[in-house]
Design a protein around this ligand. Sequence first.
Ligand code: GTP
Ligand code: MG
Ligand code: ZN
Length: 331
Amino acid sequence: MPRIDIESLEDEWEEDHHLLSQRRRSDPLSQAAKDRIEDYDEGRIVAVDKGQVRVLFEGEILPARFSGAMRGTKLVVGDRVRVRPPRHETDEARIVELLARETVLLRTADDALDDERVVVANADTVAVVLAADYLDVGTRFLDRVMVAASVGGMDTVLCINKVDLVEDRSTVAEVAARYEAMGVRVEVTSAETGEGLDALAQVLTGCWTTFTGHSGVGKTSLFNRLVPEAGRAVGEIGRFGGRHTTVSARAMLIPALDAWLVDTPGVRSFGLGTLRPEELADHFPELAALDCGLDDCLHEGEPGCVLRDTTLHPARLESYRRLLAALREAA
Ligand SMILES: Nc1nc2c(ncn2[C@@H]2O[C@H](COP(=O)(O)OP(=O)(O)OP(=O)(O)O)[C@@H](O)[C@H]2O)c(=O)[nH]1
Ligand SMILES: [Mg+2]
Ligand SMILES: [Zn+2]
């Protein structure tokens, strides 16, 4: 965690805080300055766009600047921070300290890179949105995000959207049952017809949930239905081809549910570049529950390994093997 640099914070205060700097000349106030920072109340970052941040502070959403000491710190939506409130009408709130992150959703561009990016911090749940008419590709993506969510300390919820586009729902039902068997909450929705939205909203109650998914699956459409005043742009198929309509993350409150929802830009892949191959099985609940008895077993037919091809759903086993191969190649 970035430590706050009291010296440079004091330097900055000197510019706009004469009283403090006068006192400082006679008495080095490092401890006092530190105490002041600790006196500042907490806020929560709700939007980050090209270095501009918005912070939820005492029930209001304020534009905010970084204090000098925060330069070089990357804040993400969901971050808990200490905020120096605006002092007068034209003043802006200042972010003076980043507080420790309890959960993180991390992603790398691909498995061979360690260009780790925090997508969102301190969320309780990751809602993976898949399009009902692309579940094959979708579930492979889901299996990756479930690993990232588990690594970062979050639950996964599966939202199968665009269900209005499929006539035969047997695949949707099969996929839903597959993940429900692992303890994942599954909601089947249509942002077009409104089907399943009440049930999805219930899942969000009292939590910070971040939507993630490929571009065009309907994350923003769902967000707009759940937070009607959001009015975020959605992709127009044909014009943008549904590709990367949303460019920055944003959190909004559904007041009736005390639920914070984070809309994020679509991603092509969800790299797990910082995970070691031997850690992977811990983040597949079916494998973690397997009492293998072997240390650091990769469950690849090692003598004594209890994994049989029938222990896992074939698609999950395939995901595990693909991921293992990718992580090994990258290692
Ligand atoms: N038929 C149907 N179309 C939908 C549904 N949800 C979204 N769409 C359409 O799918 C397109 C893409 O929707 P978006 O909400 O922009 O998708 P997104 O996941 O936010 O995409 P990015 O911001 O690029 O990541 C738009 O044309 C939506 O109208 C749905 O449930 N059914
Ligand atoms: Mg979007
Ligand atoms: Zn094993």
